[in-house]
Design a protein around this ligand. Structure first.
Ligand code: PGA
Length: 251
């Protein structure tokens, strides 16, 4: 089964509405002849409807950086999947390490958010990854297994049919340190094996597994050459369309 690569940009808490619109428009123009690669950017929720209008009918699709799993109600500061969908998102990041680290997102929340995303017809991009301490203590595979197992617990095959997993070693995010091709190869192969064991061979083969953590125009080609790498989740280097387009055109 061939998987369409996905290159996704996580803009985190950067750019005003006007800045986001300008950068997204520039990116859409640079992408007009890109074929065979899905492109997504995740601006802040505030910019989402503005950017959606700016990139309408272009190759650039939108994602949100988080959602809450309830549909509506007294949940101050939160936004539901339906609201994000209505604002123009097709994807949503779930369980990004910064959410886990600074806002207390747990695997149980990842699980509920993933189901809520699918219910709102959003493609869930479930982020997992070990810390430096986990790796030093040789717990990488244990941690990843637990994050996948608990984060997807109770979800049915049908619910997970659009699933995207993003392997982002916490020690590589925003640090300029990238995992080596060998490390990425080993982890991605392991993740596909877990998906096969816990769900099905078909699901394992269909799921896109992205790598994230200091991806840039210079290292993307090597990372994308790894058999089980189906795309990249890019933070810092996605903020500048001139740089991001070189990641999108990784060949
Ligand atoms: P980075 O961030 O590319 O700046 O390391 C990646 C991410 O947080 O998704």
């Amino acid at each position: 089964m061939s998987r369409t690569p996905l290159i996704a940009g996580n803009w985190k808490m950067h750019k005003s509405g006007a800045e986001a619109v300008a950068e997204a428009k520039k990116l859409a123009e640079l992408c007009t002849d890109v074929e065979g690669t899905d492109i997504m950017i995740a601006p802040t929720n505030l910019s989402l409807p503005l950017v959606a209008k700016a990139v309408e009918d272009t190759a650039v699709k939108l994602g949100a950086q988080n959602l809450y799993f309830e549909k509506q109600g007294a949940f101050t500061g939160e936004v539901s999947g339906d609201m994000l969908k209505a604002a123009g998102a097709d994807y949503v990041l779930i369980g990004h390490s910064e959410r886990r680290q600074f806002f207390g997102d747990t695997d149980e929340w990842v699980c509920q958010k993933t189901r809520a995303a699918v219910e709102s017809d959003l493609i869930p991009v479930v982020c997992i990854g070990e810390t430096e301490k986990d790796r030093d203590e040789e717990k990488t595979f244990f941690v990843l297994d637990k994050q996948v197992t608990d984060g997807l617990k109770g979800s049915g095959l049908d619910e997970l049919k659009t699933l995207v997993l993003a392997y982002e070693p916490v020690w590589a995010i925003g640090t300029g340190k990238t995992a080596s091709v060998e490390q990425v190869e080993e982890v991605h192969r392991f993740l596909r094996k877990i998906l096969e064991e816990k769900f099905s061979k078909d699901l394992a083969e269909r799921t896109r597994i992205l790598y994230g953590g200091s991806v840039n125009p210079d290292n993307v080609k090597d990372l994308m050459s790894v058999e089980d790498v189906d795309g990249a989740l890019v933070g810092g280097a996605s903020l500048d369309a001139d740089k991001f387009i070189n990641i999108i055109r990784y060949e």
